[in-house]
Design a protein around this ligand. Structure first.
Ligand code: FES
Length: 122
């Protein structure tokens, strides 16, 4: 019907592109992490120590841990509960604690930023 367009499992029509509120600012304190499910996707909402809120895809691009369960805010990043890779608010690898430098192969790894803007990807 809508080939290549993601649809919500509860509805047969695609989710319209646009901005959607996913939380009230008062619901998220600095350093807090919350799992979310919107747009038929698992997401993670977190507020950095300097107070900026971010939404990313929930699953770590390394080995797939859910960042919303056990993820920890460290400065301006969220650390994965499995191997502690840190992702900035744009979803890019910022630090790998046991590596002296981020290998070029994973430097481009990113949890796709979703923010509150929904755009279906084919
Ligand atoms: S699964 Fe996230 S750092 Fe390994």
């Amino acid at each position: 019907m809508y080939e290549g367009v993601r649809v919500n499992s509860r509805h047969t029509l695609p989710i319209p592109f646009g901005w959607y509120g996913v939380a009230f600012t008062s619901e998220l304190q600095a350093g807090e992490v919350k799992p979310l499910k919107y747009f038929d996707q698992d997401l993670v909402l977190f507020r950095t120590e300097d107070g900026v809120a971010h939404v990313l895809e929930a699953f770590c691009p390394h080995l797939g841990a859910h960042l919303g369960y056990g993820g920890v805010v460290k400065g301006d990043a969220i650390a994965c509960p499995f191997h502690a890779w840190e992702f900035n608010g744009e979803g890019h690898v910022k630090n790998i604690p046991y590596a002296k430098q981020i290998p070029p192969k994973v430097a481009g790894f990113a949890c796709t930023m979703v923010a509150a803007f929904w755009r279906a990807c084919g």
